[in-house]
Design a protein around this ligand. Structure first.
Ligand code: XIL
Length: 365
């Protein structure tokens, strides 16, 4: 793309930010992140909870900017199987009913995780865990066969300190082989679904992330040696802003290594925790937008990346106000749209990186 074209598109982008990109009549191409992402063969997506379905403006924002949705809680074990023998898919069915007809795609999240498990399962005899997991995966993947194209099969399998596998209920109950087994069961339940291992704390240059990357690469090589079916790695990208901005200098080599192992890469839960930033909204937005820009600039340079899912689209709905409430009691500002669903500098940052990295077809003379 010519520099002048890019400048023109970017000024349209800033204008869209002022106008509210989702309102009618805003300049192209910022009017839809998913369309903009599509020009570079990426998807843009968001998580969503059932509660947001009652919010018509939010639903519209999702339809405008997301091509892929991930149920934030609707497919978690404690929701779909709260008591032995009780299966409840109503939350996900409600999401599908609202968005399916407009062609929205869904990623499934998560099949195996150590959190949000029903209490009956946590109390189950260790010898029964393997069969419970087998049944759970076979049922949940099978029942959505052909409707969910991509699954986070194992979520957060790596230890928090970056050293090896997490000592979870699954690890203790089934041994380290549970990951390969889960992948095989998922493949058997839907041979066409993309199977993903998803984890956090892998993106930035800090020492724990570097260790965790090594553990992930070891895990992947081990799974591949065993012939376990694994298609992609999901990097959650729950980033954190602090006095020192996170840097991503070592990320390109890591992404290239994953691609070299034959894996696709996607960002699955992108947001930025501003707990440690000062109160000023303008300062916070500027700092967070810069991280958006730095991070996305690395991703657009890596051909293995397939797309980005944000953990929400607007600050109106973000898990971070529960997880990491700010000391000044103001709400967190992790996402591209504010609580009034107006685009923030973070939105312009995304738009700017996508535009600069996208080569639209040349107009014919
Ligand atoms: C979070 C949801 O956003 C919250 O609503 C819920 O209370 C807890 O879980 N990593 C994950 C997600 O893989 O499933 C988590 O989602 C956020 C961290």
């Amino acid at each position: 793309m010519l520099a002048a074209d890019a400048a023109l598109l970017l000024s349209g982008c800033a204008q869209a930010t002022e106008n509210g990109a989702h309102s009618t009549g805003v300049p192209q191409p910022c009017s839809s992140l998913s369309l903009l992402a599509l020009r570079r063969h990426w998807f843009w997506g968001s998580s969503i909870d059932r509660q947001a379905l009652g919010d018509a403006d939010m639903v519209q924002l999702m339809k405008t900017h997301a091509a892929v949705l991930v149920p934030e809680n609707a497919l978690k074990w404690e929701v779909v199987n709260p008591r032995p023998g009780v299966r409840d898919l109503s939350d996900f069915a409600a999401l599908e009913a609202r968005f399916g007809p407009s062609g929205m795609r869904f990623r499934g999240h998560p099949l195996v995780w150590h959190e949000q498990l029903p209490s009956w399962l946590k109390k189950a005899a260790p010898t029964t865990l393997r069969e419970h997991l087998h049944q759970h995966i076979t049922w949940l993947v099978g029942v959505h066969r052909g409707r969910i194209q991509s699954w986070d099969v194992v979520n957060e399998p790596l230890a928090q300190d970056g050293r090896g596998l997490r000592a979870s209920l699954w690890f203790h109950g089934l041994g380290p082989g549970y990951i390969a087994e889960a992948l095989r069961w998922a493949r058997a339940a839907d041979p066409h679904a993309q199977l993903v291992i998803n984890d956090y704390g892998l993106e930035a240059d800090d020492s724990v992330s570097l260790l965790k990357r090594k553990s992930l690469l070891n895990l992947v090589r081990d799974l591949q040696r065993q012939g376990a079916p694994l298609d992609a790695i999901g990097l959650q990208a729950h980033l954190r802003a602090s006095a020192e901005q996170p840097t991503f200098k070592t990320l390109p080599a890591f992404l290239a290594e994953l691609r070299g192992l034959g894996l696709k890469i996607m960002i699955t839960e992108f947001d930025i925790n501003d707990h440690d930033l000062p109160s000023s909204v303008a300062q916070r937005d500027r700092r967070i937008a810069q991280i958006y820009s730095d991070f996305l600039s690395v991703l657009v340079a890596e051909p293995g990346v397939e797309g980005i899912v944000q953990w929400g689209m607007s600050d109106r709905y973000t898990w971070l106000n529960q997880l990491a409430p700010r000391r000044d009691q103001t709400p967190q500002r992790p996402l591209p749209f504010d609580q009034a669903l107006q685009p923030k500098p973070e939105f312009s940052a995304i738009c700017g990186v996508l535009i600069n990295s996208t080569s639209p077809p040349r107009p014919s003379k």
